[in-house]
Design a binder for this molecule. Structure first.
Ligand code: 2AM
Length: 195
């Protein structure tokens, strides 16, 4: 099964982002837009994992999550992979101080590796993002990136991580996947000073 680990995007953050992106969609028919129900922030993409290894992931991810406090997250800005002038992926990013998210992603990657499911792109710098659209052929999306670059969503507190199974209808990576949460584990609740 195809697995990844992610932080969920709450409904309010998704609503706001959807409001910001919706007016741009009709002008860009060449893009395949992701559905807001699928929006998430990937911490680690594990790729194909067998049943035995997936069963080992739970305790490792639980431990990884427990090592990190609940953390503030907000979406904002825009960019494209590999570059706005020849984009395959249009994204919005994580604003503010993404170091804590990167530390969490590193712990998740280490836990997954110990479970026998090393992340597919381990070793590459962590680039937190939410994919807004994809395109089969590289497309110049610079005007769109400019238009969305001022976006700044309301922050929320991430309180848990999810192990998600990605079902590819037809088994092709370019089809719109269906995501199924297989488990979730809480981040540590920070002690309130003075209590
Ligand atoms: P993306 O949104 O930038 O494509 C499920 O596919 C999630 O894992 C997506 O958020 C996807 O990021 C991420 N991911 C990271 N590396 C991937 C890879 N090599 N193949 C598919 N998805 C990957």
């Amino acid at each position: 099964m195809r697995l990844f680990v992610a932080v969920a995007v709450p409904a309010q953050a998704a609503d706001e982002l959807d409001d910001a992106v919706a007016p741009a969609r009709p002008s860009w028919p060449g893009l395949r837009w992701t559905g807001r129900d699928a929006w998430h922030l990937t911490l680690a993409f594990l790729g194909e994992v067998n049943e035995t290894v997936s069963a080992r992931l739970g305790p490792r991810l639980e431990r990884a999550a427990a090592r990190h406090s609940c953390l503030p997250v907000s979406l904002g800005g825009a960019g494209a992979f590999p570059a706005a002038a020849r984009a395959r992926v249009l994204w919005t990013g994580v604003q503010g101080e993404p170091r804590e998210l990167a530390a969490l992603a590193a712990s998740v990657a280490a836990g997954a590796r110990r479970a026998g499911a090393p992340p597919a792109e381990e070793g590459r710098p962590f680039r937190p993002h939410l994919t807004l659209a994809r395109c089969r052929d590289p497309l110049d999306v610079r005007p769109l990136v400019d238009r969305l670059s001022g976006y700044a969503g309301t922050p929320w507190t991430a309180e848990e991580i999810y192990l998600i199974r990605s079902h590819l209808p037809g088994g092709r990576p370019h089809d719109r996947p269906r995501y199924e949460a297989l488990g979730r584990w809480p981040l540590r609740v920070s002690a309130v000073p003075g209590t």
